[in-house]
Design a protein around this ligand. Structure first.
Ligand SMILES: Cc1ncc(C[n+]2csc(CCOP(=O)(O)OP(=O)(O)O)c2C)c(N)n1
Length: 660
């Protein structure tokens, strides 16, 4: 039965939910003013009918993705008020132990996959959760709430493109309160109804009265029925009013009085109360409900104020999970000579075979097998549900991986060139990396991003960068840079086993290189450097293609009587500090060699760590060699003048041996 089929007193539960949200927000504002909450809070007063109406149309097992203005969704999802208020107050007893706060909380056990403090970022994530629903057949529908301003964001566009292409069970509900922070939406968007934009994605779009929970419920019920029957995503524009300011500190100096008056006149809570009375509810019954709700909220508020603040001793916990146990594939172990790129394919094949939760997608990854052939024939073997082409939409590729991972899949996605990560970094840095920490270790985002990087003759400045340091800088992400076919295979398998997000920077230049690869048998876990060569005069610390150049340089140095250690770090996160220390202690002289340009490169991190902790073991200052701080030109001659070479590494290492 839908809400709209109910009458009179049956709307009472909706009223109860709406006044719970209203009372929650009023108390949150008072707590903020009283200094019990640090920072900003964004309240949803005036918009209560939307979560209440929407959730009345959904099943308890369905999923919600909200924004920073998401308290109402959390209340409507049934997140216990105590835990919710304590989270808003950043207390230890909060649903996320004070790590999510008002704007970035998550409560998947109650159906709330998460709020999001990045405008529109929830849309690709919700699409990923819907992808998991579609693939596992769990029957869930995912609803994602966004504001009107979010309709200008690329993430929303990409999420809708992705959802429409896969016909995912997704509902995007746009809470159009007329304001994008301090700017009226009509001043920005030249369409009369935001829902008109849905046509561009080939999905149904509808505009409803967001002040009326019944209208919202009916629209969501229709969209949910369509989604559950395989009809794909829908876009609902729920027109509403922002009763308060954008956030607690907003003076609303920009807001015309008439607009504020209109919001007061449209107040959905007052409107529902009048409607209830008009349809026969007794004033006394409403007062009883109001008193009960006030008592519950007062209790939650009192408990939040009395709750302890999180123990500062735990502030560093839950950035990463425990290392995943090395899995044994159960297959006969064998060695084969493979190219680097084929070693990647074989790792994917084995993981797809071993784990039904693995999905592999990216641009051109499915039917054609990828522009470098890394996924060739995997779609034939595993089907187009598990191995598929994605739209050219990196935010959607990565965001959907986050959402799918939250819902139990292990996505392994390809970003065609490392440079293209830059258009979608939000989904790795602000989203994937936060899941474990924000949820105090209760949830994780086990996803793998494969990409390839580096300069090759003819590759332009937008297809040549070595960007590993950018991502190794981010707590919560794991970063690997394989240099050999064996590592390309084993590190990818380790990455898939890992419960934290992993980015693997493969090397395009090395894709054709061949080597023996151990297939089957026990796999290694993420982490661990490898000594490629041992010598006592100087240590060259390196990773990726540069590690192979370092090895060549060391061979030449041996001809000159200089014995070099070559340490291939393989993983920049986790960093094998013990192996670095062993290299320093063995030689007292360290050269760090990397393909990336020097400033802010990961070599700076290694030099700093050695300087801080191993200074006494040094016979000379740590030196670095990499590309100069320039852009990379396609002209081979110009490239050669800039890129690392075995000869250059050899000269630098020999010079270091002569120091002191
Ligand atoms: C990507 C991004 N850009 C800008 C912001 C700053 N910001 C926070 S809320 C907001 C307004 C968004 O308006 P709308 O989508 O209409 O949602 P509402 O705040 O009205 O709920 C902005 C610009 C942000 N958080 N994320």
């Amino acid at each position: 039965m839908t809400l709209s089929e109910l009458t009179g007193l049956s709307l009472l539960p909706a009223y109860r939910s709406m006044i719970t949200i209203r009372g929650f927000e009023e108390r949150a504002l008072a707590l903020r003013r009283a200094g019990e909450i640090a920072g900003s809070i964004h309240l949803c007063t005036g918009q209560e009918a939307i979560p209440v109406g929407a959730l009345a149309a959904l099943e308890p097992s369905d999923r919600v993705v909200a924004t920073y203005r998401g308290h109402g969704w959390a209340v409507a999802c049934g997140v216990p008020l105590d835990a919710l208020m304590a989270e808003v107050c950043q207390r230890a007893t909060g649903i996320n132990g004070g790590r999510g706060g008002s704007a970035h909380m998550m409560a998947p056990a109650h159906g709330l996959l998460g709020e999001n403090s990045i405008v529109a970022a929830g849309v690709p994530i919700a699409a990923g959760a819907a992808l998991a629903a579609q693939l596992t057949g769990n029957g869930r529908v995912v609803i994602v709430s966004v504001g009107d301003g979010a309709t200008s964001q690329g993430a929303l566009h990409e999420g809708l493109v992705f959802a429409a292409f896969k016909q995912l069970p997704l509902i995007v509900i746009c809470e159009n309160n007329g304001w994008s922070e301090m700017t009226p939406i009509d001043a920005i968007v030249p369409v009369e109804r935001l829902a008109e934009r849905a046509a561009g994605y080939g999905i149904p779009g509808t505009t409803v009265d967001g002040d009326d929970p019944v209208a919202v419920q009916d629209a969501v019920a229709e969209a949910a029925a369509r989604a559950r029957s395989g009809g794909g995503p829908s876009f609902i524009e729920a027109r509403c009013h922002r009763l308060g300011a954008h956030y607690n500190g907003d003076l609303e100096h920009y807001r015309p009085k008439a607009d504020r008056d209109a919001a007061v006149a449209a107040d959905p809570v007052a409107a529902l109360r009048r409607r209830l009375l008009a349809s026969g509810a007794a004033e006394a019954d409403l007062l009883t409900v109001e008193d009960e709700v006030a008592a519950e909220l007062d209790a939650a508020t009192g408990a939040a104020i009395a709750a302890p603040h999180p123990d500062a001793a735990g502030a560093r916990d839950h950035v990463y999970g425990a290392p995943a146990a090395a899995p044994d594939s159960g297959e006969q172990a064998e060695e084969q000579e493979l190219t680097y790129v084929k070693a990647v394919t074989e790792a994917l094949r084995r993981e797809l075979r071993a784990r039904p939760e693995v999905v592999v997608y990216g641009e051109d990854v499915g039917a054609s097998g990828g522009i470098f052939g890394a996924t060739r024939q995997l779609q034939e073997e595993f089907g187009s549900e598990r191995v598929f082409d994605s739209p050219i939409a990196e935010s959607a590729i990565l965001g959907a991986a986050v959402g799918a991972a939250l819902e139990g899949l292990r996505p392994v996605v390809e970003i065609m060139w490392g440079d293209f990560l830059l258009v979608a970094l939000d989904q790795l840095v602000n989203q994937a990396a936060n899941v474990r920490y924000v949820s105090s270790g209760k949830h994780c985002a086990p996803l793998v991003v494969r990409t390839q990087q580096g300069a090759t003759p003819g590759s332009c400045a937008q297809h040549s960068q070595s960007l590993e340091a950018l991502l190794a800088h981010i707590p919560g992400l794991r970063v690997g840079v394989p240099a050999t076919p064996q590592d390309a295979h084993a590190m990818l398998r380790a990455a898939v086993a890992e419960d934290d997000p992993v980015i693997l920077f493969e090397s395009r230049a090395l894709y054709p290189s061949k080597g023996l690869v151990g297939l089957g048998g026990e796999c290694e876990a993420v982490g661990g450097a490898r000594f490629r060569r041992e010598g006592g005069d100087v240590a060259i610390v390196s990773w990726g293609p540069a590690a192979l150049l370092a090895e060549q340089a060391a061979e030449r140095l041996a001809g000159d009587g200089i014995e070099a250690t070559v340490l291939d770090l393989r993983w920049l996160s986790p960093l094998d500090d013990a192996a670095i220390a062993a290299a320093v202690e063995r030689t007292g002289r360290v050269l760090v060699a990397h393909d990336a340009n020097l400033t802010g490169g990961f070599g700076a991190e290694i030099a700093a760590r050695i300087g801080e902790t191993l200074f006494d073991a040094l016979d000379a200052p740590v030196r670095r060699i990499g590309a100069p701080d320039t852009r990379i030109p396609p002209a081979p001659g110009l490239q050669q003048a800039l890129l690392l070479s075995a000869e250059g590494i050899g000269h630098a290492a020999a010079a270091l041996v002569r120091v002191g």
